[in-house]
Design a protein around this ligand. Structure first.
Ligand code: PGA
Length: 264
């Protein structure tokens, strides 16, 4: 399976910055067809960025949204429905920790969003990850970590996937993003490759237990991924790619991360 790298631009970029960034990534990505690359700009830039990508389309570069609402249409001021996104994007990030923290999204709502996205033919990128920072020893020796530390991640995964059929679950991409490692959080530190791999391994085991072939579901790592540390994560056996925030706003940094995802 090709490595998969998604760029979460969050609420950043003006329109002209978004176009410069998208064109820069597209030009640099011509030689990176061994990687699936997904750009997730803010909602208003999705169509202009889609147009820019179309001018010289690359099969391996596509678009994603950062959020979606679960109703199909109606009186939901400010929200965007999955059928509206279909045709513009292929992917949608769901359950990002910033949505959970700032907008109080909970697993029940995330599960409805997953259902809506899948029904519209979109591929969801479901974000899960523990809030509690591990103690320093577990970062270097994650095999010593008690199951209790990662249990909330697996529990959340169950709650988010509830109500989805086996076929639907197999269409989900999981982004493991330990909340304490996301650069926008005060005191954030990146995980170690070993630590992220150990948790990804537990997630994969859990998915395999939930559905036949569940071990084949893509698991991305996210949280302070940079051009400096991407190779360390990419080398891990259970990590199939990245969800990148801050470092995806710089063309060369993001391209380097994609290159490392390929060589990993
Ligand atoms: P970061 O963000 O790479 O800036 O830590 C990742 C994310 O929030 O998806």
């Amino acid at each position: 399976m090709k490595p998969f790298v998604a760029a979460n631009w969050k609420m950043n970029t003006t329109l002209s910055e978004a176009l410069i960034l998208a064109n820069g990534v597209k030009n640099g990505a011509e030689s990176l067809s061994a990687c699936e690359i997904v750009l997730c700009p803010p909602f208003p830039w999705l169509v202009p960025v889609a147009e820019a990508l179309k001018s010289h389309p690359l099969k391996h570069v596509s678009l994603g949204a950062q959020n979606v609402f679960y109703k199909e249409s109606g009186a939901y001021t400010g929200e965007v429905a999955a059928p509206m996104l279909k045709g513009v994007v292929e992917y949608v990030i769901i359950g990002h920790s910033e949505r959970r923290r700032v907008f109080k999204e909970e697993a029940a709502e995330i599960s409805l969003k997953l259902k809506a996205a899948l029904a519209a033919g979109l591929t969801p990128i479901l974000c899960i990850g523990e809030k509690k920072k591990p103690n320093a020893a577990w970062l270097s020796h994650p095999e010593d970590m008690p199951d209790a530390h990662t249990r909330p991640v697996l529990h959340d995964l169950d709650e988010c996937l509830v109500g989805l059929s086996k076929e639907e679950i197999l269409r989900v991409i999981v982004a493991y993003e330990p909340v304490w490692a996301i650069s926008s959080n005060a005191g954030a530190i990146p995980a170690t490759g070993h630590y992220a791999n150990q948790v990804a391994d537990k997630i994969r085991g859990h998915l395999a237990h939930l559905v036949p072939d569940g071990q084949k579901i893509r698991i991305l790592y996210g949280g302070s991924v940079t051009p400096e540390n991407a190779a360390e994560f990419a080398h891990q056996s259970q990590i199939d790619g990245f969800l990148v925030g801050g470092a995806s706003l710089k063309i060369q940094s993001f391209l380097k991360i994609c290159r490392d995802a390929i060589t990993g």
